[in-house]
Design a protein around this ligand. Structure first.
Ligand SMILES: C[S@@+](CC[C@H](N)C(=O)[O-])C[C@H]1O[C@@H](n2cnc3c(N)ncnc32)[C@H](O)[C@@H]1O
Ligand code: SF4
Length: 353
């Protein structure tokens, strides 16, 4: 069982972002954390009653967890009884402008052993273009501080395929990243999201497959192993990320989070005020076996997880064999793996058409 905790507060809204996060609701922090603790207690007790489960990983995401003072996390971790979970992977996202040396140190004292910094780029013009609040220097400093404190697992997020990207800019970003004490990169191709400041303005992104291919190859050349379309590791793959693609169950807590248990998805309220009023008022979505099959296909074929060959019907199996013969898929011990994650959509749609 994985556990996701959502922190829906940010210092400013980046131009590309449509995640559930707010810049003007910090006054609700106290009540938000009370509601979060209530939800967590409820979920953990319910699951304990229903089945014998073990929390395998915890991921604190956002929003911007580093915009929140340590005292709130202290309370949360006390409730979670983190002491007994100290040996599991506990990740927090953090932004370079707010993740101070003290914040990182105190979070790591609480048991957080993996930090994922939203760097996006080390180029100051690109940071401005994306509406980021931090400088390249602050991004480097945040990673260096985490390393100094003794954090072993450090990841950074990068964004590529913006309209101002060139091969040179991306290479400079990767070279800088590679000089830092990180063992993981999450690199996302810029998507133009509804609800973001970039909404509808497709001139802000490049849909350039060749540039994507170039960027991925250059990342791999620097010793990072691509284990999912957007995730690259140097000797340490995120167990939490992998868990999602392996289709493990997860508890999702916080405003706008998503949980997944057996064949059901659970959605707590997105609106912070509504969430605070009743964090247990979740919308439930039941997935059909067809939905589950499709999701397993998309998740498995865009990562090293692959898919079980026995999930295909006779017609699909014929098309899978065509792709294996065409060297697009590989079959190993009853599992089918995709050779090029950039082609996941095409490959999946070809199989199930
Ligand atoms: C939800 S954010 C939270 C992390 C943290 N608040 C930060 O900004 O560093 C997680 C990551 O998603 C990526 N992301 C968010 N919106 C995106 C978009 N429209 N296109 C590509 N990547 C995006 C960014 O790389 C970001 O660091
Ligand atoms: S990218 Fe991160 S910091 Fe920027 S608005 Fe989204 S959640 Fe907040």
């Amino acid at each position: 069982m994985l556990l996701y905790i959502h922190i829906p507060f940010c210092d400013s809204k980046c131009f590309y972002c449509s995640f559930n996060s707010f810049t003007d609701k910090k006054n609700l922090k106290d009540n938000y954390f009370k509601a979060l603790i209530k939800e967590l207690k409820y979920e953990l007790t319910k699951l304990n009653r229903l089945k014998n489960y073990k929390i395998e990983t915890i991921f604190i995401g956002g929003g911007t967890p580093s915009s929140i003072e340590i005292k709130y996390f202290e309370k949360l971790f006390k409730e979670l009884n983190i002491e007994k979970n100290r040996n599991i992977e506990i990740t927090t996202e953090a932004n370079p402008n707010s993740a101070s040396y003290e914040w990182i140190k105190e979070m790591s004292n609480l048991g957080v052993n993996r930090f994922s910094f939203g760097v996006q780029s080390f180029n100051k013009d690109k940071l401005k273009f994306l509406g980021r609040r931090h400088s390249p220097k602050e991004a480097i400093k945040a990673v260096e501080n985490a390393h100094k404190i003794g954090v072993k697992n450090i990841s950074i997020d990068l964004i590529y395929n913006t309209s101002i990207d060139s091969k040179k800019l991306l290479i400079d970003d990767l070279n800088l990243a590679n000089n830092l004490a990180i063992n993981h990169i999450s690199a996302y191709s810029l998507t133009i999201e509804n609800g973001s400041k970039f909404e509808g303005d497709f001139s802000k992104s490049k849909d350039d497959e060749l540039l994507s291919k170039f960027f991925i190859e250059e990342t791999i050349k620097r010793g990072f192993f691509q284990y999912e379309i957007s995730n690259f590791s140097k000797n340490y793959k995120s167990k939490h990320n992998l868990g999602y693609w392996e289709y493990k169950n997860y508890i999702g807590t916080g405003a706008g989070a998503v949980g997944f248990i057996d064949n059901k998805r659970f959605y707590p309220p997105k609106d912070i005020n509504e969430y605070i009023k009743n964090p247990l008022n979740k919308r439930v979505e039941e997935l059909s076996s067809e939905d589950i099959k499709m999701e397993k296909l998309f998740l498995g074929l865009r990562s090293i997880v692959g898919v079980d060959i026995n999930m295909f019907n006779t017609k699909e199996l014929k098309r899978v064999k065509i792709l294996i013969d065409g060297n697009k898929l590989i079959l190993e011990k009853d599992r089918v793996f995709n050779k090029n994650y950039l082609l996941t959509d095409e490959v999946t749609l070809f199989i199930i058409k």
